[in-house]
Design a protein around this ligand. Structure first.
Ligand code: FES
Length: 68
């Protein structure tokens, strides 16, 4: 599922970053290149907290699978 149509960013991209430990909204935004008005149309940056939740969920899943 696309979460940013302008840049073609998918939920799976956010999950990949989550597995790499990138879960902070500010760091996610800068890594995805949606962290300022020049690089984002404004639609997806307002949902960055949702992206962080996805990344945190993926990071937690990875940590659980490592322990198992
Ligand atoms: S929807 Fe992400 S930059 Fe436009």
């Amino acid at each position: 599922m696309y979460i940013c149509v302008c840049k073609g960013i998918k939920e799976s991209d956010v999950r990949t970053l989550g597995r790499e430990g990138i879960t902070c909204p500010k760091l996610l935004a800068s890594t995805l290149g949606i962290d300022d008005k020049n690089s984002c149309c404004g639609r997806c940056i307002k949902n960055v907290s949702n992206y962080a939740a996805i990344a945190i969920d993926e990071h937690s899943r990875m940590k659980l699978s490592v322990k198992a």
